[in-house]
Design a protein around this ligand. Structure first.
Ligand code: DQA
Length: 149
């Protein structure tokens, strides 16, 4: 049991409003529904998952710092902080596991200020634009990465 892969999913500001927040961009699925889908995907792969969301940058940073030595992967949707927060990026850079960035929307097909992510350069990779499936695709990517090619 101790060698189970442990994944922390970190969700940034306003993602608690998914389902009602700009559904034409983010879809009608709630964050809790995404959490349940991810939990099921993790169980399928035998991974342990912890799910977090905060509207506070400080709480997100504290959560990531506490993940050191306790998690193998962080899947992060930094939401608006993706484009602005050096501090969130620095917290992810000090994490001693691996990071996958996710976004529901295709940030590169949207306003120019969303085209720049401060997180991508310190992540293993990013899954963007597949709605709620971006999260489960990130879990599938971890499963692939755990296997020998
Ligand atoms: C988002 C994209 C960000 O630009 C935006 O600020 C969000 C959500 C996404 O998942 O598509 O809050 O991270």
């Amino acid at each position: 049991m101790t060698d189970r892969v442990k994944i922390l999913v970190v969700n940034g500001p306003n993602l608690n409003m998914l389902g009602t927040r700009e559904p034409e961009i983010y879809g009608a699925v709630s964050l809790d529904a995404i959490r349940k889908k991810c939990q099921a995907a993790c169980e399928t792969h035998g991974f342990a998952m912890k799910w977090t969301q905060s509207n506070s940058e400080a709480v997100l940073i504290d959560t990531i710092q506490a993940a050191c030595n306790n998690f193998d992967w962080i899947i992060v949707n930094g939401a608006g902080l993706t484009h602005t927060s050096v501090a969130l990026r620095d917290a992810l850079a000090l994490f001693n596991g691996k990071v996958i960035e996710v976004h529901l929307s295709n940030i590169y097909a949207r306003e120019e200020f969303r085209h720049k992510s401060l997180i991508t350069a310190i992540a293993e990779g990013a899954v963007v634009g597949f709605g709620a499936n971006s999260y489960t695709m990130a879990i599938a990517a971890i499963a692939e990465m755990q296997r020998e090619f």
